[in-house]
Ligand binder design. Structure first.
Ligand code: DHB
Ligand code: FE
Length: 285
């Protein structure tokens, strides 16, 4: 039986990827940010899973206004890092896990969530920056990854409540996979940031830290935050935080009445580019 052992949450700022790729992580501006991920890289080595189910958003890279899936699951054998305008990031090709992905698609769709099945796509900074932050610069990523893309770019976007419930369905799907796999679920994007308009540059440390507290201790309450509150309090791109609720909804305290997860690591830093960076590692008890 497959099982979810832990969830990881992290921002995905593209400038972080560029800084790693250009070897500038020790620069004074960036050094405090990367220091916050030193624990995480060691934790990842000590807790390498068999598969990562990586919830992220595509930034008009694989999808465009031509076609906007609310939830899209990658069922391919591999995914190429996208060219976002400066050439593809020099990071390994992402290996998929078609068998587990197809099983999750089957189970979650039968649990009444509409998923788009994607057999071919490139993956942008939303997916590759979290991998770089957690794994550094290996010649190959440490395990297969199932990309799960959520539309938080073009309205209407899914609510936090729906994302949380989807996480529960994903947990049930993983648990019913007939192979002994250790699976991590990652929720990425956020925290507060707004990239355009009169409020560009908005950061809300109070909201971000309250969200981290609530996500850890009372995820059902975090799931009840209306999408307009994310936008008002955390900026137009702060809505990316609904993706964290998918990962949190898949944890065993929510689904199996188990004890609250262990907070293995918590980190918050401002600024990184235009963004507040938040990061959590929660281990199932
Ligand atoms: C930035 C942050 C994002 O989440 C993103 O997708 C693009 C840019 C930024 O802070 O620059
Ligand atoms: Fe983003």
């Amino acid at each position: 039986m497959a099982r979810i052992s832990a969830s990881v949450y992290t921002s995905h700022v593209p400038a972080i990827g560029a800084t790693i790729d250009m070897g500038k992580t020790a620069e004074p501006y960036w050094q405090p940010l990367f220091k916050g991920y030193e624990f995480s890289k060691q934790w990842m080595k000590d807790h390498t899973p068999d598969v990562i189910f990586l919830v992220y958003n595509d930034h008009a890279t694989a999808f465009s206004l031509d076609m906007i899936p609310t939830f899209a699951i990658g069922t391919a054998a591999q995914y190429t890092p996208a060219d976002e305008g400066w050439g593809p990031r020099p990071v390994p090709v992402v290996q998929g896990h078609p068998a587990l992905a197809a099983h999750i698609a089957q189970s979650v769709i039968q649990q009444d969530f509409d998923l788009t099945i994607v057999n071919k796509m490139d993956v942008d900074h939303g997916l590759t920056v979290p991998l770089s932050l957690m794994c550094g610069q290996p010649p190959a990523w440490p395990c297969p990854v199932i990309p799960f893309a959520v539309n938080v770019v073009q309205y209407p976007v899914p609510s936090g409540q729906r994302c949380f419930n989807l996480g529960k369905a994903i947990a049930k799907a993983v648990k019913s996979f007939d192979e002994d796999l250790n699976v991590q679920i990652w929720g990425t994007g956020g925290m507060s940031h707004q990239l355009q308009g009169p409020r560009a540059g908005l950061i809300n440390k109070d909201f971000d830290n309250a969200f981290l507290d609530q996500l850890i201790a009372d995820p059902a309450a975090a799931a009840a935050i209306p999408h307009i509150d994310f936008v008002r309090e955390a900026g137009s791109e702060g809505i990316e935080l609904v993706m964290w609720l998918i990962a949190r909804g898949a944890m065993s305290d929510v689904n199996e009445g188990k004890a609250a997860p262990k907070v293995a690591h918590r980190f918050y830093h401002v600024p990184a580019s235009n963004t507040a960076v938040g990061h959590l590692i929660l281990e199932n008890s």
